[in-house]
Design a protein. Structure first.
Length: 253
């Protein structure tokens, strides 16, 4: 089986890391479906990606995901690669993190992946081949201050990855996680701008808040994350299963 013509589903594929992944998959010959909540952004992104389509869906809603996956499967064939990229972070000290924020973090970063996995794994198993790549974070491997709900959710996603990898190991399906460190996306740019305004530091100094964590002294590029996903989705990575692969310049191991 070659990658050309296989169907890949990327959640949160309209921007940042998800967009880089979807573009790389399209360039490699995959039929790509990106899903998210913003139709305009999805439409613009899909138009710029070779072989891409889109479906509007909220990954935190089980029925919404099922409907999108059904539509994508009927029109483009079974999903043989699922990239659970949709996610988000809320930053606050633990005592100021509301219960609603906790639920939101778990719904988006963990249950969103669960909903998508439940939707695609049965057909992957029937096909006898599949790849799942969960985009976790270095926050799934270590702790960070002021993002306890996010860290807990990403640790849970890594744990889910390892458990399901064992469950499906004899089904021709591999399930892995990629754990990027701080990545050069609009999220980081916006965070650096907020830090700059709040502390009267320059944006370059604010940016160093993130680059200093990486031993290489830089941000990870979205394309570096996409390249890791492309490898895990390949035939040559068929024996790689249940790993949480850091893309972080040596920050964690």
């Amino acid at each position: 089986m070659t990658q050309a013509g296989r169907h890949a589903l990327v959640t949160g594929g309209a921007s940042g890391i998800g967009l880089a992944i979807a573009r790389s998959l399209g360039d490699a010959g995959w039929i790509v479906t990106i899903i998210g909540r913003n139709k305009e952004k999805l439409e613009a992104a899909a138009g710029a990606i070779k072989g891409a389509h889109f479906d509007v869906a909220d990954v935190t809603n089980h029925e919404s995901v099922q409907s999108a996956v059904t539509d994508a499967t009927v029109t483009r064939g079974p999903v043989l690669l699922l990239v659970n990229n949709a996610g988000g972070v809320v930053s606050a000290p633990f005592q100021k993190t509301s219960l609603l924020a906790w639920r939101d973090m778990l719904d988006l970063n963990l249950m969103g992946a669960v909903h998508c996995l439940q939707a695609v794994l049965p057909e992957m198993k029937q096909c006898g081949w599949g790849r799942v790549v969960n985009i976790a974070s270095t926050a799934g491997l270590t702790g960070y201050r002021y993002v306890s709900a996010y860290v807990a959710a990403k640790h849970a996603l890594v744990g889910l990855t390892k458990s399901l990898a064992l469950e499906y190991a004899k089904s021709g399906i591999t399930i892995n996680a990629v754990c990027p460190g701080y990545t050069d996306t609009q999220v980081i740019a916006s965070a650096a701008e907020k830090i700059s305004h709040a502390t009267n530091r320059s944006e370059e100094e604010a940016r160093a808040t993130f680059t200093s964590v990486n031993p290489q002294g830089r941000l990870v590029s979205p394309q570096e994350v996409a390249s890791a996903v492309l490898w895990l989705a390949s035939e040559t990575a068929g024996a790689v299963n249940g790993i949480a692969l850091p893309i972080a310049g040596g920050e964690v191991s």
